[in-house]
Design a binder for this molecule. Structure first.
Ligand SMILES: [Zn+2]
Length: 320
């Protein structure tokens, strides 16, 4: 349950987020639904929406699988929602290291020591920073509230970087048999980050693409997190090998969609590349280019992250 006390703690953190816009995860989920909801996709499969990147919950006869764990503040609500629907997860997969996808890992680790967390190898050093970058600021906000001071102190003394990191990693491909479900994990090089994982479940024809797709939204470009906006479209087009016209796609952000969202996101970056190449050829500076507001992107959500995306594209093209 998202109690009023919990909501107040979350609201306090949201205020902090506005003051620190460089912390994407806080900023992002504050623009999304304030609560968690489950959307049934197939029999025994649900999208987990709100409070961070979209998750995917799968019921198996060896215990549930959960893809992505929202923001730090959502952890207790996530645990309650997921457990009530399918039981405590026995396997967690993270699509990449960003705090709005790994922030809630800790609650499952803390409550179930045997839960396994799988992610791409490159996520390890980046996810290790989640404690400092996501958890500690949230705990500082919780400590300010007399109702949550004790809980904040308890978590502060208990949490370590390992509560957020994967305990099993892979490099390019990993096929997992978990109970009656087979999962195919793929990493095709840098795109949104240098540790993107997509998860395909053939028997359910379900595909979770992580933040490689911001559906009908501007994409978040995090150059310091290994983003390669020049390769991102190529990665997306390569995913055409998975699924078919009936595949249900869970994007990292935005509504559940189908595979047409993948080439649409690739087109977004191709269009941005063309615009930025033209501007560079005209002699515009990266600062000037970052302020451009191309009409072609005006109907997309998350407009405030467009300048960051354009700047990243300009930096990538300029080789800086
Ligand atoms: Zn991300």
């Amino acid at each position: 349950m998202l109690t009023r006390r919990r909501f107040c703690a979350i609201a306090a953190t949201t205020t902090l987020a506005v003051a620190t816009p460089s912390l994407w995860p806080r900023f992002a989920w504050s623009q999304e639904s304030p609560g968690l909801t489950l959307k049934e996709l197939r029999d025994g499969a649900w999208a987990v929406l709100g409070m961070g990147g979209n998750g995917l919950l799968l019921r198996t006869d060896e215990g549930p699988v959960l893809v992505d764990c929202k923001v730090f503040d959502a952890a207790e609500a996530l645990y309650d929602v997921v457990s009530a629907k399918a039981g405590a997860p026995s396997l967690i997969i993270n699509t990449h290291h960003h705090g709005d996808h790994v922030g809630g890992n800790w609650i499952f680790r803390m409550k179930h020591a045997d839960v396994s967390v799988i992610a791409h190898r490159n996520s390890l050093p980046r996810t290790a920073e989640t404690l400092d970058q996501e958890a500690l600021p949230s705990l500082a906000a919780m400590a300010e509230n007399p109702e949550t001071t004790d809980r904040a102190a308890e978590l502060r003394s208990t949490l370590t970087a390992a509560h957020f990191q994967a305990d099993r990693v892979y490099d390019d491909r990993l096929t997992l048999n978990h109970g009656d479900i087979m999962l195919e994990l793929s990493h095709d090089g840098p795109g949104h980050t240098d540790n993107d994982t997509v998860v395909f479940i053939p028997q359910l024809n379900l595909l979770h693409v992580g933040d490689l797709v911001f559906h009908r939204l501007n994409g978040f470009v995090d150059m310091s997190g290994g983003c390669d906006p020049l390769r991102w479209p190529e990665v997306l087009r390569g995913l055409d090998r998975l699924g078919d016209a009936e595949t249900i796609v869970v994007p990292g952000h935005g509504d559940v969609c189908d595979k047409t969202a993948l080439p649409a996101m690739a087109d977004y970056f191709d269009q941005m590349r063309e615009i930025v190449e033209h501007a560079l050829a005209e002699g515009r500076t990266i600062d000037e280019i970052a302020e451009m507001k191309p009409a072609v992107f005006e109907n997309l959500g998350f407009p405030s992250i467009l300048p960051r995306a354009i700047r990243g594209m300009a930096e990538a093209l300029a080789g800086s």
